[in-house]
Design a protein around this ligand. Structure first.
Ligand code: PLP
Length: 368
């Protein structure tokens, strides 16, 4: 193979983004779609894998740590990977409306893709517990927003029953097509690194994403596209850790609202991913989450959601167990712009206000 061919081969998927067709077209042979499936895409996927050296330095060993920055998807979270599949299949089945329960990102994504497909999008959310950016998205994308005086788990119970009794298609991660779309992130990681990582660190809410990554890693492994499988390391917020505690949490509480879920629907599959991969689950406090969130922002230029930072917080908490020479990927599930309130309350920035508009004042304040 010539050098040009090799470069082209390497470039074909992730780097030539103007030609990126969206993940269904890119990974068609791996997905349950046919020529009849109308592909509803916003060109999701092909998100960057970014080396995060400040985290490596804190681990203090010879390791390579990468962030899979899925907050760069079209609506700002990994939910788009599952939604392009779920909505394309709903369209294929002739659905005219979709419904979901959401802590925010599912509703933003469902609304964008459903409206693009010409369908109605009903989103049921816990009133007062959805970050501003996510609510703004659902409204702008044309969703019909139903805020309940209850939490996510109650919202999910309602929409599951709705989908049985009324002509609405459920697009929560109990929808198997969501998992299918989301598994492509594992493919991208292997396509990019040339091998599976040793650890995959990921936040868990309903645990659909850890289920999807495990499926993707297994499929590529079986197809001999990787020689190993990663340990699946799942992290939850301490106030919302039903998988770590092996229980149901009645009133989950955490600053990381995207993972404020007390009764994950994919519990069994997540436990299987952990056990089969010799991985582990652990909880991280809201403080540890915020420390990781701030570190990623100010040392790496990566603004992620608090829920996403749980993957880095968890990795740092387990750093003593990391073997020298390891490659680790932390999944950053959502974009920090989704939750501006959290950002404004939690940062170490110097912010001087009320300054006179003249150069002498400014120079003095700058320390010159
Ligand atoms: C949905 C979501 C999660 C949790 O993913 P699950 O598949 O429910 O475990 C984590 N982070 C963000 C930003 C999310 O939107």
């Amino acid at each position: 193979m010539s050098l040009i061919e090799r470069i082209k081969g390497k470039l074909n998927k992730t780097q030539l983004s103007p030609n990126w067709p969206g993940l269904i077209e890119a990974y068609k042979p791996w997905l349950p779609v046919s020529e009849q499936t109308p592909v509803i895409t916003l060109k999701e996927g092909a998100t960057p894998l970014i080396r995060i050296k400040s985290v490596e330095a804190m681990i203090g060993k010879n390791v390579e740590v990468f962030a899979k920055y899925d907050g760069l998807n079209p609506t700002g979270s990994f939910k788009d990977r599952g939604m392009t599949m779920a909505i394309s299949k709903a369209k294929e089945e002739g659905s005219e409306a979709v419904i979901c329960a959401s802590t925010g990102n599912t509703s933003a994504s469902a609304a964008a893709y459903a409206r693009k497909a010409g369908m109605r999008a009903f989103v049921v959310i816990p009133d007062g517990y959805v970050a501003q950016g996510k609510l703004a998205q659902a409204l702008v994308y044309g969703a019909e927003v139903l805020a309940i005086k209850g939490n996510f788990d109650q919202a999910l119970d309602i929409v599951r029953e709705m989908a049985v009794n009324y002509p609405v298609n459920l697009v929560n991660s109990v929808n198997p097509y969501r998992i299918q779309g989301q598994k492509t992130s594992a493919f991208e990681i292997i396509d990019c690194l040339g091998e599976a990582p040793d650890w995959l660190c990921i936040p868990m809410g309903n645990a659909g994403n850890i289920t999807a990554y495990w499926l993707g890693f297994k499929e590529y492994f079986e197809a001999k596209k990787s020689k190993k499988l990663p340990k699946m390391m799942g992290f939850q917020a301490s106030g919302s850790a039903p998988l770590v505690l092996n229980t149901i949490v009645k009133n989950p509480e955490t600053i990381a609202t995207a993972i404020r879920i007390g009764n994950p629907v994919n519990r069994e599959k997540a436990i299987d991913a952990k056990n089969s991969s010799q991985g582990d689950f652990l909880d991280v406090s809201d403080n540890e989450i915020i420390e990781a969130y701030k570190l990623l922002g100010k040392e790496e230029g990566i603004f992620c959601e608090p829920a996403s930072a749980a993957s880095v917080a968890g990795l740092l908490k387990r750093k003593n167990e990391i073997i020298d020479g390891s490659k680790i990927v932390c999944v950053l599930t959502g974009n920090g712009l989704k939750d501006p309130d959290c950002a404004i309350k939690n940062n170490d920035a110097i912010f001087r206000s009320n300054l006179e508009p003249d150069i002498n004042t400014i120079a003095k304040v700058m320390g010159f």
